[in-house]
Design a protein around this ligand. Structure first.
Ligand code: PRX
Length: 663
């Protein structure tokens, strides 16, 4: 896994902790109304399973569970296994039946400024119709459906309708290119793709359907696709190709469908979704989540961590539904809680750099959940922009996806939160499904830069390579020491990889290895130190070095490539690629402009988020005697640092040559 070759933290943020770290106590007003209370910790401590069972009972169970946790065959956990529920019913019908049908579920804002207010009753109606459409297309229990959509209300309806009929969705981020889409369709053997003609990004329509057509054309892989139908939402109004018999317009089918649909119960462990994420190899992992435990933890954390009061708050999580944050804190958590939320289609700077703050003002957003990379880019633009808007409705601010450095934390607190709104820095992963480490607003005294404490019912430690706790003041590896309800249940089609990746390292102790470095400070608060494996975190998005390397070597000019995550002021980390060109290529072509071509190539192969910030053409790569690339040294070069210890290199002069090439 390359652990020994990689420094625990490439960001070095811990060093920037102010000597006397500031603390912010919850205000008395806030505490009185807060959802979470200090006794949650004591309750969970006294009886972890009982605590989670209580949280699970907040949901509607068609058949109540009698078992809580079955951990008899670790690492394959089963939560609430003899209970039955319907996830979509929990997110929709029960709110309508409780008399909240007129409450806004989605306050949607399109990038061009068009808007839609969709109530719980309307969303329920739409999802029931779509569930009928899906069943009419032969989609039922256990079938896989790929969702490749912009941030439009139909994306939420699609996820819920798939869940309602007991099928499994795999949402693919709209920024992924045709090849990445095809790989995900094939891995899950999806029968249906739900997409749109296009969506608005940066002031123009960005087409989506052509990528689906390309992904499904058999010419590339030579194999027959599993996809039988493509359901297309009209959003961009752009011209699209059409395959008769395969393609269907959403608006045609849904208006003809019946609005009556009875939600059937499914067992708690029924698979809900697969979400692909980058690992340490070139092949993305299909992280599998199931129903009852997942919904329990996302709903609970959304209430407690975001202090969500569904009847009064206007909640806004800025994540795209293509990522886990969009699944847990746009789709499932807020809807299970009956919240009113803002959904925004576009980019933060279109048509002006104050767009987000304009939205906060317009909808009186009270809870905002976003990523440090966004905060840092606003910080760069200066406080004058947010200061032009009335942000006084904001009362809780959240951060997710990467460590938030104390400077960004303080800026977020002062400029966006007017020093009143508590900040919750939430640590979790695609694999954990829901927040695991975070302060609780109203309970925890917050400390800028620290994700602080495990949530009630969650058990975390920081250990050394042998699994022994390192204790306060020391750095080590972050582990989760007991099963939790929203934990991943496996990697789609690859149980062996699931065991090896997360459970093998600390098999004797039965710990889940998160892949992050961490440290408890003297007060016992947790500081996350970044990945310890070959996974990068660019703008809060996970990318694998191996995946980008394999895209680079797929180019005809490339002989060899090594990729590292170099620290970047705005995006946290940025992709830096070191490429050796083929002699045969150089004999016939000029290398002029090739670095730029390779950048674009990676964008086409994987998607624009994977495009390297820097491509360095080099003649050698630093390798150990056993042939392993020493990424640590390349990271030194990419970050403009003095190159570290080179004694384990097969040829120590290589680094001098590389460093000279790069500067
Ligand atoms: O390295 C950690 C970082 O993001 C990784 C998980 O990425 P992903 O599965 O894409 O999920 C992102 C959204 C939950 C983690 O292994 N990470 C996430 N949140 C934080 C964080 N690092 C530090 N502080 C956080 N709050």
């Amino acid at each position: 896994m390359g652990t020994s070759e990689t420094a625990p933290s490439s960001t070095g943020r811990i060093d920037r902790l102010p000597a006397s770290a500031q603390r912010f106590a919850p205000s008395a007003d806030f505490t009185a109304n807060a959802v979470a209370h200090a006794d949650l910790y004591a309750k969970a401590e006294a009886n972890r399973e009982g605590f989670w069972a209580d949280q699970a009972r907040e949901l509607h169970w068609h058949k109540p569970f009698t078992e809580v946790l079955d951990w008899s065959t670790p690492p394959f956990a089963r939560w609430f296994a003899d209970g039955e529920l319907n996830v979509a019913y929990n997110c929709l019908d029960r709110h309508v039946l409780a008399g909240n049908g007129d409450r806004a579920a989605l306050l949607w804002e399109g990038e061009p400024g068009d808007e839609r207010r969709i109530t719980y009753a309307e969303l329920t109606d739409e999802v029931k119709r779509l569930a009928n459409v899906l069943e009419g297309l032969g989609i039922g229990h256990g079938d896989r459906v790929v969702i490749y959509l912009p941030m439009i209300p139909e994306a939420i309806s699609a996820m819920l309708a798939v869940a309602r009929v007991g099928a499994i969705h795999s949402v693919v981020f709209g920024g992924f290119a045709a090849d990445s889409l095809r790989a995900r369709i094939d891995d899950a053997a999806a029968k249906l793709v739900i997409t749109a003609d296009g969506g608005y990004r940066k002031g123009k329509v960005s087409p989506l359907k052509p990528a689906v057509d390309q992904a499904l054309s058999d010419s590339g892989s030579g194999a027959q696709t599993s996809v039988e139908h493509v359901l297309v939402v009209r959003r961009g109004g752009n011209d699209v190709g059409w395959v008769e018999g395969r393609d269907l317009w959403w608006h045609d089918t849904i208006t003809q469908a019946s609005p009556e649909h009875r939600a059937q119960p499914f067992p708690a462990e029924n698979p809900l979704f697969i979400l692909y994420t980058s690992g340490t190899t070139g092949k993305p992992k299909g992280i599998l989540h199931t129903s009852g435990g997942y919904l329990t933890q996302v709903a609970f954390t959304n209430r407690a961590v975001h202090d969500l009061h569904p009847d009064t708050d206007v909640y806004w999580c800025t994540a795209d539904i293509g990522w886990i944050t969009g699944h847990s804190y746009v789709a499932y958590g807020p809807l299970a809680n009956g919240a009113t939320q803002v959904l925004y289609e576009g980019t933060p700077d279109t048509p002006h750099p104050g767009r987000w703050w304009e939205i906060v003002e317009k909808y009186r957003v009270s809870v905002l959940y976003t990523a440090p990379t966004a905060i840092r880019s606003f910080m760069k633009l200066g406080r004058a922009i947010p200061n032009r808007f009335d942000l006084s409705s904001l009362r809780v601010l959240g951060s997710v996806g990467e460590p938030i450095n104390p400077e960004a934390w303080i800026w977020y607190h002062e400029v966006i939160g007017d020093t009143k709104a508590p900040i919750v820095d939430t640590w979790w992963q695609t694999e954990t499904g829901a927040v695991m480490i975070s302060p609780l607003p109203g309970v925890t005294e917050t400390k800028p830069g620290s994700a602080q404490v495990p949530l009630p019912g969650i058990s975390i430690d920081v250990v050394d390579q042998s699994g022994a706790p390192v204790g306060n003041g020391n750095g080590g590896l972050l582990v989760i020491t007991a099963p939790w309800p929203s934990m991943l249940r496996g990697i789609w089609g690859d149980p062996q990889r699931f065991v090896e990746t997360y459970w093998e390292k600390f098999r004797a102790q039965g710990y889940y290895f998160a892949g992050d470095g961490a440290r408890f400070d003297e007060d016992g608060d947790l500081w996350l130190l970044g990945r310890v494996d070959d996974v990068m975190n660019v703008s809060g998005h996970r990318l694998s070095t191996a995946e980008i390397e394999s895209a680079l070597v797929a180019h005809e000019a490339t002989a060899e490539a090594a990729v590292v995550g170099a620290s970047d002021e705005t995006t946290g980390q940025a992709v830096a690629a070191f490429v050796i060109l083929k002699q045969s290529y150089l004999a016939e072509h000029s290398a002029e402009g090739l670095a730029q071509q390779l950048r674009l190539w990676v964008g086409e192969q994987i998607g624009p988020i994977a495009r390297p910030r820097d491509v360095y053409i080099v003649s050698e790569l630093p390798k150990t005697r056993s042939g392993k690339i020493m990424r640590r040294l390349l990271r030194d070069v990419a970050e403009g640092r003095e190159v570290g210890d080179t004694t384990t290199l097969a040829d120590a002069s290589v680094m001098t040559v590389i460093a000279a090439n790069v500067r």
